[in-house]
Design a protein around this ligand. Structure first.
Ligand SMILES: *Cc1c(COP(=O)(O)O)cnc(C)c1O
Length: 403
């Protein structure tokens, strides 16, 4: 691998920020790579392969159906397009022009985020409601269910919900309100694995569609994800993602997923055709998902806990920082290393330290989200045991430089 970086003149990165897309997301387990390499050799009917994926995803999530997408954001686009167009090939063909269609997604203001661009890309308009003054500190409340209810009307296509351990209102309440008005709920749970229980939790709470990222906790290819939920909606999403160059009208899609009799015609390429997935992503995601669901959270945490313990040992001699183990309660108690600057030592700020680590060779990327508060976090999910020594020595060099 070192040869790869030297050969191409690229920077080797040690990723202690977790499974972020900008650093290539999750490194793949050899079993996942083997499954992808195997699939890469063959030709296969992608619709049939998605039918197979659907039965695997449905077993592990409890959803009626599921498909592999090119990521969670692609899942949001496809899910929104499904809620808007249903199984109508004419509507599918018009998107993102939604003239005359139900095209609004109601969303709690505190759930807005950069990835909801995926929903808007389908042609939807977001209708933001509520105030999250519990988050600004100016109050104690978040958006409430009656505010979501009040925004549902003739143009509502769905309710968008961002799943987080601390999300308000809770999903079951939103589902109750939306279903009382016959409106589907689309849940963005991209980064909510682990805990493994979340594979089923949102479907159990009544969500109509749920998206997960494949390249985060599942450990699949970076350009993969899952969209699962009600069969008709998943069928619509798949139709809008597939390449549909079929000359004859007798195309037989996978019967477990798409009922050909429900379709007035075979649609043309849909709005999700640009988010296509190849056989390698589908097979790789399924292999990773199998591995993810065979492990339990405790086993995973033990494995990462060993890396965390080794990091703590290696950072121990550095008197300018205090490192300790913390746990991410929202993600199945994933162990992390928290690093704070030791008080009373004249030295660089945490922000400067993070910049120096990034400039090291190999580059060390740490989670600097709270660097303003003097805190850096090392996330073990993309680290190997051989990364521990170079991380500690990058810290030693960065701390030794003048403030
Ligand atoms: C990471 C993330 C996404 C995007 O996931 P991809 O699989 O990279 O497309 C969407 N929503 C949220 C909340 C995320 O954290």
């Amino acid at each position: 691998m070192t040869d790869f970086f030297e050969h191409h003149g690229l920077t080797r990165v040690i990723n202690a920020t977790g499974t972020v897309t900008r650093l290539g997301a999750s490194p793949l387990h050899p079993d996942v790579i083997a499954a992808m390499a195997d699939a890469a050799q063959y030709s296969i009917d992608i619709a049939e392969l998605q039918g197979h994926a659907s039965s695997q995803i449905s077993q592990l999530t409890g959803a009626d159906a599921g498909i592999v997408t090119s990521g969670a954001m692609a899942g949001l686009l496809l899910g929104a397009a499904a809620c808007i167009a249903g199984l109508d090939p004419v509507k599918m063909g018009r998107l993102p022009d939604t003239a005359g269609m139900r095209d609004e997604f109601v969303v709690a203001r505190s759930h807005r985020n950069s990835y909801d661009h995926g929903v808007r890309a389908a042609g939807a308009r977001l209708i933001e409601v509520g105030l999250s003054d519990r988050l600004t500190g100016a109050g104690v409340r978040d958006t409430e269910a009656w505010e979501i209810d009040g925004a549902i009307g003739d143009r509502t296509a769905g309710v968008l919900y961002l799943a987080r351990a601390d999300a308000r209102p809770d999903l079951a309440t939103i589902v109750r309100v939306a279903h009382a008005r016959d409106i589907p709920v689309l849940v963005d749970a991209a980064a909510e694995l682990p805990p493994a229980g979340n594979l089923r939790r949102f479907i159990e709470a009544g969500a109509d569609l749920v998206v997960f990222s494949g390249g985060k906790g599942i450990g699949g290819p970076s350009a993969s994800g899952i969209l699962c939920g009600r069969r008709r909606l998943v069928a619509s999403a798949l139709l809008q993602q597939l390449d549909l160059d079929y000359v004859s009208g007798d195309w037989q899609p996978p019967a477990s997923l798409i009922d050909r009799h429900e379709l007035a015609a075979v649609p043309r390429h849909g709005i999700g055709r640009g988010c296509k997935v190849g056989k390698e992503q589908i097979v790789g995601l399924l292999a990773a998902l199998r591995r993810f669901s065979q492990d339990d959270d405790a086993t995973r945490n033990q494995r990462w806990g060993a890396v965390v313990a080794a990091l703590l040992d290696a950072l121990e001699p550095l008197t300018a920082v205090r490192a300790r183990r913390i746990e991410d309660a929202g993600h199945g108690n994933l162990p992390l290393v928290e690093i704070r600057l030791a008080p009373g030592v004249q030295q660089a700020s945490a922000t400067q330290l993070a910049a120096r680590l990034r400039a090291a060779s190999p580059a060390v990327h740490v989670d600097a989200t709270n660097a303003d508060a003097g805190v850096l976090i090392l996330v073990p999910t993309c680290l190997r045991s051989e990364d521990v020594v170079p991380i500690a020595s990058a810290f030693a060099h960065a701390l030794a430089a003048d403030p």
